[in-house]
Design a protein around this ligand. Structure first.
Ligand SMILES: [Zn+2]
Length: 706
């Protein structure tokens, strides 16, 4: 195990300074305790003793007691020999599995009515669904001193240490690191509440941000959109631009009008009165507003409506600023990740911010970008416009109609049970051995979902994973089936990475992009599993181009999100107007650097600035492009392994039969568990997380699609 690093000492001292554990009396106590324990257990143990005591002291607060109480805790809970330390490790491994597993089951039961298609949801069902039975576990553990016992005996690590030293660690060392991480923060309830409230306020702002498309008019007063159409920013606005490609040149005026709306939102020149209001008509280009004579909504008119183009008062940026102000409150209680950026990148993604940035820049500056852009331009038959970052024309057109597919699926899966019973067959067709398919089938339960679907994994080994998908009254339709196949991929990953792993402390995957990538491996085979033709080379190439273009598009907003959070941390006293000015400048810089050379237009802000996640999701956007990169790496590995197995003479004694290869690869990857992403990926594919697989697939696709 590493010795405590300078960075960690500094970070932990910060925690002490915040909580009064740094008094002279406490410092003397710490030194005395270190000497006392080193004498008792031997000088060889001194580094471990010093690290443990300092870690525990870093989280000690006045309310926990004076320095005598601290000394008592240290003497009681420091495990001086390997027998006691091993016993503590095993106990925590078992107890945390039990706690997580049972809490997960309780939460699943509390959400049963709201998650499943079981009829009415009463107000009390919503209360049950919102309850988190495990919310107070960490607080309780500091109170009863269990957290201090863990901190005294297992090393708290930084991401830097895990990346530098982790490749040489044993699995036990990784498990210990994950154990200590459970207690590496002690965030007061009022700070968590402030964060929850800021998030909720921003969520409400976003979820009511509707643009009434019927009330958009052009310079001649013409309405381009149908009655009652209401578009939520940003999802519906962006999807409307995508949908309008199917109308060819006729879609263009609509796309330009939506682009003008987006620009007004991002620059906050949007008239306040047009937000979620069907009683006014708005020309977003001239920015003029009139009372509407067209009635197409039952929504009551706003009281004291002032029909003027007075702009929204930078509320968009105020919401973002409030999320920052709330997030910052957690910093001092999170010594190993003392900024929101560190918590997102070092803890959630476990990839340093600088590396993520470098990967995004690699995608954006790839020589493939202008080549794919030229292909988009030639397919459109007109010069590119900035909103063509959302070009939707690479989606392959299937061989079968939606109705044909629905009919096939309805017959095959009239009920959730029918899908459940077929899971072992599905898995054999995907490339799992009969044994493993039966094993997995016995650990996954299918429930009819109220919403679109999700995979609720188990957290303890006695429990089963739940696959949720929508089943209509007359049977499953193709959409429900497609989602079910995706969720089955999650459930299989969840089952392997819980039941077949060496330590439950390493259960799961490094971050959500990994389980999504594994689920997409399943989903890509949906047609073959129905006995239909697999996508041909042309469809596969189109899909690769579609994914490259989507990654190219979302990499820009991700860079903006990252730069804006850095700016907020550098300007803690900024107001909403300052933040707006800074954000618009960042948008221009990102656009001008990476997109303007391709789109031949400068200073565009809406394409990289419109995402609502940037306002309410606390630095979430980089997950999207990262997810694409990881998915391509995993897909490339499975293709490589299948090709190697299919070669004549490849079969060595004991080697998997070619038919089992997907199953073997999937299981091998999933069993790595929650180690650092680069270690996971190197184990899975031989290389760390990177853009290479996506770029290789794009290059190949460009040779197929002309
Ligand atoms: Zn998923």
């Amino acid at each position: 195990m590493p010795l405590i690093t300078a960075a960690l000492v500094a970070a932990l001292t910060l925690g002490q300074a915040a909580e009064g554990g740094s008094s002279d009396a406490m410092k003397q106590t710490i030194t005395a305790l270190e000497n006392e324990l080193a004498q008792k257990y031997g000088e060889a143990e001194r580094p471990r003793i010093e690290q443990g005591i300092r870690q525990a002291a870093g989280f000690w607060r006045k309310e926990d007691g004076d320095e005598k109480a601290f000394a008592e805790v240290v003497r009681t809970y420091f495990a001086g020999d390997s027998v006691a330390r091993n016993a503590f490790f095993s106990r925590m491994e078992k107890c945390l599995e039990s706690l997580d597993g049972h809490m997960n089951e309780i939460a699943r039961d509390f959400r049963w009515q709201t998650d499943l298609d079981l009829g009415d949801v009463y107000p009390f069902d919503e209360v049950l669904a919102g309850y988190d039975p495990s919310a107070h576990f960490v607080d309780d553990s500091f109170q009863n001193k269990l957290a201090f016992a863990v901190l005294l005996n297992f090393p708290v690590t930084t991401l830097k240490e895990r990346l530098e030293q982790g490749p040489a660690w044993t699995r036990r060392q990784w498990a210990e690191a994950r154990l200590a991480e459970r207690f590496d923060k002690r965030v007061p309830a009022e700070v968590n509440l402030a964060i929850t409230e800021a998030r909720a306020e921003a969520d409400r702002y976003i979820s009511d941000y509707n643009i009434w498309a019927r009330h958009l008019v052009d310079a001649k007063g013409t309405r381009l959109f149908p009655p009652k159409m209401k578009l939520l920013s940003h999802w519906n606005l962006r999807d409307q631009i995508r949908a309008d490609y199917s109308e060819g040149k006729d879609g263009l005026p609509k796309q330009r009008q939506i682009a003008a709306v987006m620009d007004r939102i991002v620059t906050q020149t949007i008239p306040l009165v047009v937000v979620d209001n069907p009683y006014v008509d708005w020309d977003p280009v001239a920015n003029t507003v009139k009372t509407s004579l067209e009635r197409d909504s039952d929504k009551p008119a706003p009281t004291d409506m002032k029909v003027a183009n007075t702009p929204e008062p930078d509320t968009r940026y105020l919401m973002l600023l409030k999320t920052y102000q709330a997030a910052r409150k957690e910093d001092r209680y999170s010594p190993t990740a003392p900024t929101l950026m560190a918590r997102r990148f070092d803890e959630d993604r476990q990839i340093p911010e600088e590396r993520v940035k470098a990967m995004l820049v690699e995608v954006l500056t790839s020589p493939l970008a202008p080549r794919v852009a030229a292909l988009v331009e030639s397919r459109l038959g007109r010069p590119l416009e900035p909103f063509d970052v959302w070009y939707a024309g690479f989606r392959p057109r299937g061989q079968y109609t939606e109705e044909q597919l629905d009919a096939i699926v309805k017959k095959k899966y009239p009920t959730a049970e029918a899908f459940q019973d077929d899971i072992p067959n599905i898995l054999v067709k995907l490339g799992f051995s009969k044994d493993r398919a039966d094993y997995l089938g016995s650990r996954i339960l299918v429930d009819p979902a109220r919403g679109s679907g999700h995979a609720a994994g188990a957290s303890r080994r006695g429990d089963k994973a739940h696959l949720r998908t929508r089943v209509e009254k007359d049977g499953m339709n193709f959409k429900g089936y497609n989602i079910a196949v995706h969720e089955l991929g999650h459930n299989v990953e969840q089952t392997f990475s819980l039941n077949d792993i060496d330590s439950t402390l390493l259960r799961g995957v490094p971050n959500t992009a990994f389980t999504e990538a594994l689920a997409f491996v399943f989903q890509a085979h949906d047609l073959e599993l129905l006995g239909l033709a697999a996508p041909d080379a042309q469809s596969q190439a189109l899909r690769a181009l579609n994914d490259y273009w989507a990654t190219f598009e979302i990499a820009g907003p991700a860079l903006v999100d990252m730069a804006v959070w850095r700016w907020m941390y550098d300007h803690p006293n900024a107001n909403a107007a300052d933040l707006k000015t800074a954000t618009l400048q960042i948008c221009k810089d990102v656009w001008n650097t990476y997109y303007a050379p391709i789109f031949k237009k400068k200073d565009v802000v809406y394409t990289v600035g419109i995402y609502s996640h940037m306002i309410n999701a606390f630095l979430y956007l980089p997950d999207y492009p990262l997810g694409h990169l990881i998915a391509f790496q995993i897909e490339q590995q499975i293709q490589k392994a299948s090709a190697a197995a299919a070669k004549p003479g490849a079969a060595k004694p004991g080697a998997p039969a070619p038919g089992d290869i997907l199953g073997r690869e999937f299981e091998r990857m999933a069993k790595a568990g929650n180690v650092a992403p680069d270690i996971w990926m190197t184990n899975a594919t031989g290389s760390p997380v990177g853009a290479q697989a996506l770029l290789a697939a794009t290059e190949k696709a460009l040779a197929v699609v002309k």
